[in-house]
Design a binder for this molecule. Structure first.
Ligand SMILES: Nc1ncnc2c1ncn2[C@@H]1O[C@H](COP(=O)(O)OP(=O)(O)OP(=O)(O)O)[C@@H](O)[C@H]1O
Ligand SMILES: [Mg+2]
Length: 146
């Protein structure tokens, strides 16, 4: 079982897309093991996007993720990292296939609706920015059915 860190970006929260997006993860068979709505702090955003520091889109990206509440979550399932990134689609919503979250709801690269870690190692580092270990919950969704 893999764990994937995801957050729903502020524009998607403002556009009332939370339910729609969470519903897709649930229907796919991913288990939500942690979830909360937060106003990200500057420190958290800088930790999260450390790899992009110095790039031209860095500062506007930080300003954007701090522009309103986001939903942070940890999803668990077989091959969760790859599965979630397929569901999100290409970073550029123009290239993301229709049927993917960015393909269906996104228009611009910066405001591309959702974030997901690109490896299990990164996922663990990234969820630790937002959650304590004991906030990750253990329960069954009848995994044998997926
Ligand atoms: N050229 C760009 N112009 C504006 N924003 C960008 C650009 N490249 C990346 N971003 C923003 O930075 C985020 C992180 O970029 P990254 O290359 O890690 O994309 P990703 O791995 O597809 O998406 P994410 O990490 O958000 O799941 C992107 O989701 C996007 O919002
Ligand atoms: Mg990334």
């Amino acid at each position: 079982m893999e764990r994937e860190f995801v957050f729903i970006k502020p524009n998607a929260v403002r556009r009332s897309l939370i339910g729609e997006i969470i519903s897709r993860y649930e229907k796919k068979g991913l288990k939500i093991i942690a979830l909360k709505m937060i106003q990200m702090t500057k420190t958290q955003s800088e930790k999260l996007y450390k790899e992009h520091e110095g790039k031209d889109f860095y500062k506007p990206l930080i300003d954007f993720v701090l522009s309103g509440p986001v939903l942070v979550m940890v999803l668990e399932g077989e091959r969760a990292v790859e599965v979630v990134r397929h569901m999100h689609g290409d970073t550029d919503p123009l290239k993301a296939f229709p049927g993917s979250i960015r393909g269906d709801y996104g228009l611009t690269v910066r405001k591309n609706i959702v974030h997901a870690s690109d490896s299990q190692e990164k996922a663990e580092k990234e969820w630790q920015i937002f959650f304590d270990q004991e906030e990750l919950l253990e329960y069954s969704i009848g995994e044998e059915n997926f």
